[in-house]
Design a binder for this molecule. Structure first.
Ligand code: DGI
Ligand code: FE
Ligand code: FE
Length: 399
């Protein structure tokens, strides 16, 4: 494998990082790109009001999502005690990836000062160097000179690359733009959402009075990259159904955008939210991760974003359904099930049933879920059974 290593403080990661990372992936034909937020950087202290290590890691995850499939955030430098030096990181990655080709990405300033770093010989031995030039004639000359220098001193292997879509912006510029009330266009959408939701860099977005367009990037900041398309698909399907059935489209979009906002959390974090928001889970919910995210997601929607009771319930019952659902609850339940990115067996039948009537679609969805879980031997929540029985009592069939 060819693995790129992209380190930085990422305080915050911005669109300049995205274009550089994509140029590296393309020009070096990378199979994988590790996005590594620096622990305590050797040369500089982070300015006051900066994001915490954990927040920079979360943003690095969102940056990786914006770059594409092969990019992943790696917290190896954040986990290490004390200052983190590139040489140590590379030695660690060499052990982790003994057979692979490592490429260390760097910009002009870093590259031109590499011989002054801590243990440059270790750095040059452990990885190939991918140096991004700013395409200025005088810089090219300096790059070539430094390349020759490093090759001679440390037998370095250096590739000089260019970034045709370069965005000339620094994290310092981004922070000042953000604290002055701007900066959105400098960030990948999910990072912009994260900055606002964590009120970083002097932003003071009122999360309880957002338009749908303002909420969208913030909602995306809660998701694993692979879940983004699903949530946007659910939003689109829910909006269509809302228009069709005369349900408030704004409420449908908000519920869809937030319905899986706690889906990526592990059980310990779910249970922490349960305590924080006094959620009275039954025994089965306490034991089942998949049943928890609709409960905790509804609380986040209410407490962080101030959603209405109707939206709260649509999120709360989106996994199991319940008897006598409201129109909004039905729309979110079925939009989640049939949105365009769903590909499981039988989804087309559920789409067809939904086109005939919402209840028909939901009944088929519930029935398929019950059958699938029976097949796995998974215990089924009573609300799922009750929701199905209610629809059958109403005269519904799945034939
Ligand atoms: O969060 P999504 O994956 O988009 O969709 P979802 O919230 O409907 O979750 C689907 C998962 O939840 C699926 O793996 C089956 C599981 N599930 C749905 N109903 C029940 C359930 N699991 C249990 N144990 N009991 C249920 O009644
Ligand atoms: Fe869900
Ligand atoms: Fe979902």
């Amino acid at each position: 494998m060819r693995i790129g290593i992209f380190g930085g403080t990422f305080n915050p990661p911005h669109r300049g990082h995205v274009t550089l990372a994509r140029a590296a992936v393309e020009q070096l034909s990378l199979d994988k790109l590790l996005v590594i937020p620096a622990g305590i950087p050797p040369h500089k202290q982070l300015p006051a009001g900066s994001a915490s290590n954990e927040q920079r890691y979360e943003m690095a995850v969102l940056l990786a999502g914006a770059v594409g499939k092969c990019a992943v955030a790696d917290d190896c430098e954040l986990r290490r005690e004390g200052k983190s030096y590139t040489a140590d990181t590379l030695l660690q990655l060499r052990e982790e990836y003994p057979e692979d080709e490592l490429w260390l990405l760097m910009g002009s300033d870093m590259f031109l000062s590499l011989h002054t770093w801590c243990r440059p010989e270790v750095v040059c031995r452990a990885a190939n160097i991918a140096a991004f030039s700013r395409c200025e004639a005088n810089e090219r000359a300096a790059f070539e000179a430094q390349k020759a220098n490093l090759e001679q001193l440390y037998s370095a292997r250096v590739a000089i690359l260019d970034n045709p879509n370069v965005i000339e912006v620094s994290s310092t510029d981004v922070r000042s733009a953000l604290s002055a009330g701007g900066g959105e266009e400098l960030l990948p959408p999910a990072v912009w959402g994260y900055v606002q939701r964590e009120h970083l860099y002097g932003t003071d977005t009122d999360l309880k009075h957002l338009s749908v367009d303002e909420l969208r990037p913030i909602a995306l900041s809660y998701l694993k990259p692979k879940r983004v398309a699903h949530v946007l698909g659910t939003e689109r399907t829910a909006a269509e159904l809302a228009r069709q059935y005369g349900v408030d489209e704004r409420e449908a979009r908000i519920a869809a955008l937030l319905h899986d906002c706690t889906k990526k959390l592990e059980i310990d974090q779910q249970l922490k939210l349960c305590d924080a928001y006094n959620i009275d889970m039954d025994e089965m919910e306490r034991a089942t991760l998949k049943l928890q995210h609709s409960r905790t997601g509804a609380e986040i929607a209410r407490h962080v974003f101030g959603v209405s009771d109707a939206v709260y319930d649509a999120i709360r019952y989106h996994t199991t359904g319940r008897p006598d659902m409201t129109m909004l609850e039905k729309i979110i339940y079925i939009a989640d099930y049939i949105e365009p990115n769903r590909t499981f067996e039988g989804v087309e039948e559920v789409r067809e049933a939904t086109a005939r009537s919402l209840d028909e679609g939901i009944l088929l969805g519930l029935t398929m879920t019950i059958e699938e879980m029976r097949g796995y031997g998974t215990p089924i929540h009573h609300l799922t059974m009750d929701a199905r029985d209610y629809l059958i009592q109403q005269g519904g069939t799945t034939i």
